[in-house]
Design a protein around this ligand. Sequence first.
Ligand code: 1QQ
Length: 443
Amino acid sequence: MCIWSVSKRAIATAVCVSAVLTACATTPAAPSAPAASGAGASSPTTAPAATEPTTAAPAATAATGGGAAAGAGEPIPICFSVAQTSNTALLGQDQLVGAKIAEKYFNDKGGVNGRPIKLFYEDTAGDENGAINAFQNCINKDKVVGIIGPTLSQQAFAADKVADAAKVPVMGPSNTAKGIPQIGPYVARVSAPVSIVAPNAVKEALKQTPNIKNVAVAFAQNDAFSKSETGTFQNAVTNTYKLNLVTVQTFQTTDTDFTTQATNIINAKPDLVIISGLAADGGNLVKQLRDLGYKGPMIGGNGFNTTKVFPVCQQQCDGLIIAQAYAPGLDSQINKDFIAGYDADQKSKLPPQLTAQAFAAVQVYVEALKAVDGKSKLSGLSLEDSRTALNMQIKSGATYDTPLGVITFDKEGEILQNTFYVAQVKMSSASEGIFNIIGTYSK
Ligand code: 1QQ
């Protein structure tokens, strides 16, 4: 259903209603749920420069004492370590909002069996060294029971190893590349892999434009997630849908001029363009492709899953198709509570995917810690034992009713999630738009 049912009507703002209704006239209806996610954005096209030092911190060592083991009434320390600075902050800002809403929400509900949680916000900036430094602060300075972060898979492949070696649980809030849970036994993720989520976007594009034959692909070759995602997209194009891959263009996440790639793509005369990059680079490529005259359908990968991309590609974001792991219309109490928290904080009832995944990551830690504490009081466990017990609990097969739906984790820490979505961007101005849900895929 594209139009809100009565129970969902409360989550449509006036500006979004008109955009959704316009989109309804031109796009197929989603089978069930949600109409749209992500309200307008007003951020600049580039995030502030990194301010955190990137020099290597001392090697991680397993901290002893304090932390979760401290007095029964004391807060339980958890690290929320994502990109607050650098271009990656376009994505990290969404995550911080979700974490802050969750921290307040779960503490208002009594925290972990009466003990509040305290989130330590360590900035990873946008690269591997930033993430390693931040994780070392979490482990050795903040002495947390577990870490949520980092923003990028590219960072996770470096920093998660540090946490794993120190036997500190890591929950990836947005790491979607192949191989993340396999980094080590203390790693898990709440962000479903691109290998499952991304192909739905190709299916939706073919539904809208059945005569697509020739496909151009572009990806950021210095980014692990983008390389993983383009592999999935290229496999869907050539093997699943037997389409022609007419050109594969590469770029760097730091690029701003995409004249060469856009020209090469247009010269290859594709019926569909698929881009795997991050928000700033990917958004600029979309804009420059349109500016140079490409008029056909476009798919953006998970790096576009933020309203912060709207001021980058501006009106030219319109029509972009993006697979998502969250939709605001999910009809559950926890999702309604999450949306109410988002509305109170952001004055919008359409939280984006990264915000929902961050909330879910905090929720999983709170509920897993409650279960651990129920078996043997955290205040009686050493910090090391608390970390190990938290990790074991996450991988025990327990389920969590989150805004992403009911989820669980396999023994390797891979999320098992049932429902995914495909959205299409509908811009209402040069900087404001919504993700209008056009497809729902349940396993
Ligand atoms: C990854 C991603 C990013 C684009 C999410 C913010 O999926 O790095 O794995």
